[in-house]
Design a protein around this ligand. Structure first.
Ligand code: 13P
Length: 254
């Protein structure tokens, strides 16, 4: 019912040649799977978007920006609009990745504007949420995630929710090798679905895809994906290796 969705967030990694080779390698090894039984997306650095789009042009893999700015155009030095992402062949935009929230300092309000701009610009936003380790220890996970979801989706109508993917990425699990247990992840995914049911309705909540992210790798992909409410993975480090990422896509296909 919810098609698995495996995405690679390359973060500030790769170079022009390496990025294109990585994209080509994954596309070649997942022919007949990527875009068919499993949706697959890459989020390369902005400067490599065009070369990666070209590298996967004969596949059904989607490409997205790691970030987006909410204004349409003008004097916003360094920023990239939805129209620009569309123009170079993007289908997706990450909104509110934890590194944007906690390293760059983005607020829920700014992230909400990015989600709205993505949708109105014809892109599919992936809204990232997740708690810090101190918040988990203080048993504030649900409170934090609920705030991020409610504020991030403010003014997103039920009809527009069709465009949205949620990524639950506990910050303490990102790049640390400390993956959330499948049960810990499943518990928060169910909680997120409950919030969506309250904000919209149960059917809509059941139709939204929720990815898990945080030290997902070829070894734990299958068990994470076997959880009922985990519909996909948002992968950092392991998405930079052809064999690992291909194995994760294949794990989601079964
Ligand atoms: P890692 O898979 O490297 O932990 O990164 C997860 C992530 O932040 C994906 O957006």
């Amino acid at each position: 019912m919810r098609k698995p969705f495996i995405a690679g967030n390359w973060k500030m990694n790769t170079d022009a040649l390496g990025g294109a080779a990585l994209a080509k390698g994954i596309a070649a090894a997942t022919k007949g799977i990527a875009g068919e039984s499993v949706d697959v997306a890459f989020f390369p650095p902005f400067v490599y978007l065009q070369s990666v789009v070209a590298a996967v042009s004969s596949s059904l893999i989607g490409i997205g920006g790691q970030d987006i700015y909410f204004e349409q155009k003008g004097a916003f030095t360094g920023e990239i609009s939805a129209a620009m992402l569309k123009d170079v062949g993007c289908a997706y935009a990450l909104c509110g990745h934890s590194e944007r929230r906690h390293v760059i300092g983005e607020s829920d309000e700014l992230i909400n504007k990015k989600v709205l701009a993505s949708i109105s610009g014809g892109l599919l936003p992936v809204l990232c949420v997740g708690e810090l380790i101190e918040e988990r220890k203080a048993e504030k996970t649900n409170e934090v995630v609920e705030r991020q979801i409610r504020k991030g989706l403010k003014d997103v109508s039920a009809e527009k929710m069709e465009a949205v993917t949620i990524a639950y990425e506990p910050v303490w699990a990102i790049g640390t090798g400390l993956t959330a247990t499948p049960e810990q992840a499943q518990e928060v995914h169910v909680f997120i679905r409950g919030i969506l049911a309250k904000m919209y309705d149960k059917n809509l909540a059941n139709s939204v895809r929720i990815q898990y992210g945080g030290s997902a790798n070829a070894g734990n992909a299958a068990v994470l994906m076997s959880q009922k409410d985990i519909d996909g993975l948002l992968v950092g480090g392991a998405s930079l290796k052809v064999d690992d990422f291909v194995a994760m896509i294949k794990a989601a296909a079964v």
